[in-house]
Ligand binder design. Structure first.
Ligand SMILES: [Fe+2]
Length: 310
């Protein structure tokens, strides 16, 4: 009769037990982080401004950012994002950069040997299903990193499906005699020009700035009177470990601009945690986000504690 083999060849000593336990825990954590990478959250951000033109009371802007269409972020997930955006009541959709993942250097080109051309076409096909009137976008560092040819192809493909790029320029949105002004800049590591973007806005105009990176705030001064800056770039840390992650963030002031709403001397900055992932397809403590801003006139709409006020 055949003798049964023991499960472990050697008796399990304490060291081996902890070694196996540690490996299993790391694998379990990675699996958890992998499954959380597309656990979309809708964040509603009500804001009250004393100077919001009355015709724009309860104006709604939906923001998506850092899609990072690429090797790890495919059409199925992005279609789900577009479906969620389409279900929200809104007046405007803004896409704040890093729409594709640009191959940063030869290391990534070697390990992710796929064409940026595919991602650009794919993301244009998916974003073409966004249903709303105005759709505005700005470029992020990844959109500009891969060179002028990729950058221009991305702009052309998205403009074909009705998404207007704000490249160091502004756009008035009118309702009767009232107007608000949306300015947008190229990425701060590349061809941004904030003074040019603001040039055509009348001095007292209500201003919203689209900037992929919150680093633009070091160039914004009180005199510019920007009421709301809408940004992304940080992914909220992506793997947000307290006291650790902010040391690796590619921004000037991670303690202030890691994620969420920041009160400025004049107005607010909002930093969206993004949709996609970069480098590894994992997230922890920083779920992917669709943001829905509701803008109110503080004088005509008493909101109590529901909205932050300037
Ligand atoms: Fe990004």
């Amino acid at each position: 009769m055949k003798r049964e083999q023991p499960f472990f060849k050697k008796p399990l000593d304490r060291r081996t037990f902890f070694k196996h336990g540690l490996r299993l825990s790391v694998l379990g954590l990675l699996a958890f982080m992998f499954t959380r990478r597309d656990n979309l959250k809708i964040e509603t951000v009500p804001l009250a401004f004393p100077n919001l033109p009355p015709a724009f009371n309860d104006y709604r802007i939906v923001q998506i950012s850092d899609l990072h269409a690429g090797f790890w972020v495919g059409a199925d997930y992005l279609r789900r994002v577009v479906d969620r955006v389409n279900q929200l009541d809104k007046d405007l959709v803004v896409v704040t950069g890093d729409i594709i993942t640009g191959a940063v250097n030869d290391f990534w080109k070697r390990w992710l040997p796929v064409s940026n051309r595919d991602y650009t076409a794919m993301v244009a096909r998916v974003l073409g299903n966004l249903k709303t009137g105005h759709k505005l976008a700005v470029l992020g560092n990844h959109d500009q990193w891969h060179g002028l040819e990729t950058e221009q192809r991305l702009v052309t493909e998205l403009e074909k499906v009705g998404i207007q790029f704000m490249r160091n320029t502004s756009l008035p949105i009118a309702r009767g005699n009232d107007a608000l002004h949306i300015a947008g800049i190229d990425d701060v590591w590349f061809s941004h020009d904030l003074p040019r973007a603001l040039k055509k806005i009348p001095p007292g105009g209500f201003k919203i700035l689209l900037s992929h990176s919150p680093d633009i705030m070091s160039a914004v001064n009180k005199k510019m009177r920007i009421d709301l800056t809408i940004s992304g770039h940080t992914h909220g840390g992506q793997v947000a470990i307290p006291y650790l992650t902010h040391h690796f963030m590619p921004i000037d002031n991670p303690a202030r601009y890691m994620a969420g709403l920041v009160k400025e001397d004049h107005g607010y900055t909002y930093v969206n945690r993004g949709i996609g992932t970069l480098v590894f397809p994992v997230r922890l403590g920083a779920p992917p986000e669709i943001t829905r801003f509701r803008l109110f006139n503080a004088k005509t709409q008493p909101l109590g504690n529901k909205a932050a006020t300037t």
